[in-house]
Structures are given as structure tokens and as C-alpha cells.
Design a binder for this molecule. Structure first.
Ligand code: CO
Length: 293
């Protein structure tokens, strides 16, 4: 019998349909469902602050017992720095490749970032691209970062405000968020400032980069006749920015700027991920994604 072009394409279609219906991969390998969680953080070069990742790991394992959990770090700078000390960390792309070659079919990626900024979008885009690869994942979904809804913001702000030991009502609090000058998600810090303001008119958000620089807050502190300011990181980890740019003794640190302006300062060196209630906000985002598997 002579195979016509039409018969050939029909044959190909039937074969493809048979493969997809039976869940068979190439060479007749049956794909068994294997699910994994990938936790993705910016990373930190501060070993003491890095211990927070062990606690997130523990809390995640408790919440999703029995599931494979892998870590990845978005900061190239931090990965390079730690590699010099002999600690080799995976980028999200390396971690995704490993999961793919280890035969995982469903991957839930949790962005442990604070806002859906540059790192989140890169992660999201690359996860989509990994999802399109042939013979790889059946599903790879990315869970949202910390500040993804008004409710998230209220939980985070409420928890942080409850954890400023020794603060009197007359004292101000400034939360140091990272901020970004090159992503529209920087505006979330303005929203977060509003949420803090609704809880307490003496609580503000400032940023290392982006719109809310510390200098913009000085007139407001003066107006409110503030004497003492508490400095608190609005970052997952109380690492380099918190220890140096916020609480350090260098002339450009927030503590130095505020002290020169006549305020007494107290710093709280705890990141948002130090609070299990806040880690729970991230884990809720993970739950939402896992519900789609
Ligand atoms: Co930075």
C-alpha cells in the first residue's frame, strides 16, 4: 500500500494522541508524578543572618511534609561571594535543571522576595520557559512574593509593629525596605507606608533605593517632634543592608544621619523571615499554587 501524505499525518496524529492519553514519554517510559517545592531567595552573605533560611526550611518541611524541597538564590553577587568560601549555591535556573533531570513532573516555586520586582519577574519568566521544554515538567508554577495583597501587607505590618520591644507611643519607627529605582513594583513600598500609617501615625517606610529615601522622612519627624526612632528592616533577612546601611556606624547609615539630626536611634536586627507568622504568608502563597497540581 502506498502511504499518502494525508495518511502519514493521520498516523502521526494518532500516535501523538495515544502518547498523551497514556502519559507515555519518549521511549515508552511511563512518567510517574513527582512533586517538588523550590524556595528562591535573594540570598545573604551574612552567615548569622543566613540562619533564617534554616528556619524557613524547617517551617516549610513541617507544612508540606514528605515533599522534596530545594533552594535557589537569585543574587549572582552573593553566589559568587559564597563560592569563594567554598559554598556553592544554585541559581534558580540551575535548580530547575536539576529538578528536571531528576524527573520531577510538578514544581512549585516560591519567591521569598518582598515585592514582585526584577528578581521575581526574571524567575517567573524563566520558570515559564522551563515549563515549555520538551520532555520536562508537566507543570511549573511560581508563587507570589511576600507583599502581594492588601491582606498580606496588613499581616506583615501588624506583625512587625507588635515586635518592637521597649517602644513608647511617642517614638517613631522607620522600616527599611530595599526599594528599586528600575521597577514599577517600587510603588508597593508607598502602599506599605500607608498601611503602617493606618496602624500608627509615627510608623514609616524608607528605602535603600527608589522613591522613599531617608531624607524625605526627616521633615515629617521634625513636624511630629520625634525624639527617638526605632529602625527595623522590611527585608526578609537582617543582612548587609540592615547591619550597615541601616544600623551601621558609617556616616551615610540611617542611624548616623538620624543621630546627626538630633534623634536617638535603636535598631532591631530581625528580618521579616524571622517571624513565623510572616513566613506563613509566604507559605500561603505556596499553598495556593500547590492547589493547582
Ligand atoms: Co541591595
Amino acid at each position: 500500500m502506498k502511504l499518502t501524505k494525508h495518511m502519514l499525518s493521520l498516523l502521526v496524529m494518532i500516535t501523538l494522541l495515544w502518547c498523551s492519553l497514556n502519559g507515555f514519554a519518549a521511549h515508552g517510559e511511563k512518567k510517574t508524578e513527582k512533586k517538588a517545592i523550590m524556595l528562591v531567595t535573594f540570598g545573604t552573605s551574612d552567615p548569622e543572618a543566613g540562619k533564617v533560611f534554616d528556619r524557613i526550611d524547617e517551617q516549610t518541611r513541617k507544612a508540606f511534609s514528605g515533599m522534596e524541597i530545594r533552594w535557589a538564590y537569585t543574587s549572582k553577587m552573593i553566589r559568587a561571594k559564597l563560592a569563594k568560601e567554598g559554598k556553592f549555591l544554585d541559581s534558580p535556573e540551575m535548580a530547575m535543571s536539576k529538578l528536571m533531570s531528576d524527573g520531577y513532573t510538578h514544581v512549585a516555586v516560591l519567591s521569598l522576595h518582598t515585592i514582585p520586582g526584577e528578581e521575581f519577574h526574571e524567575l517567573y519568566q524563566n520558570a515559564q520557559l522551563f515549563g515549555q521544554m520538551a520532555g520536562g515538567f508537566e507543570k511549573i508554577l511560581v508563587a507570589r512574593p511576600l507583599l502581594s495583597s492588601a491582606k498580606d501587607m496588613e499581616t506583615v505590618a501588624g506583625t512587625l509593629m507588635k515586635n518592637i520591644p521597649g517602644r513608647k507611643p511617642a517614638d517613631a519607627v522607620i522600616f527599611m525596605g530595599h526599594g528599586t529605582g528600575c521597577h514599577p513594583a517600587d510603588a508597593l513600598y508607598l502602599a506599605m507606608n500607608q498601611v503602617f500609617q493606618e496602624i500608627d501615625s509615627r510608623a514609616f517606610v524608607g528605602n535603600v533605593e527608589g522613591k522613599l529615601m531617608i531624607e524625605t522622612l526627616l521633615p515629617r519627624l521634625k513636624q511630629l517632634k520625634i525624639k527617638k526612632v526605632y529602625l527595623v528592616p522590611l527585608m526578609s533577612v537582617a543582612g548587609d543592608h540592615a547591619k550597615n546601611d541601616m544600623a551601621g556606624d558609617e556616616p551615610e547609615s540611617w542611624k548616623s544621619i538620624l543621630t546627626r539630626s538630633g534623634y536617638s536611634c535603636e535598631s532591631i536586627l530581625k528580618g521579616t523571615a524571622d517571624y513565623p507568622e510572616i513566613v506563613e504568608v509566604w507559605l500561603d502563597h505556596l499553598r495556593t499554587v500547590l492547589a493547582h497540581f
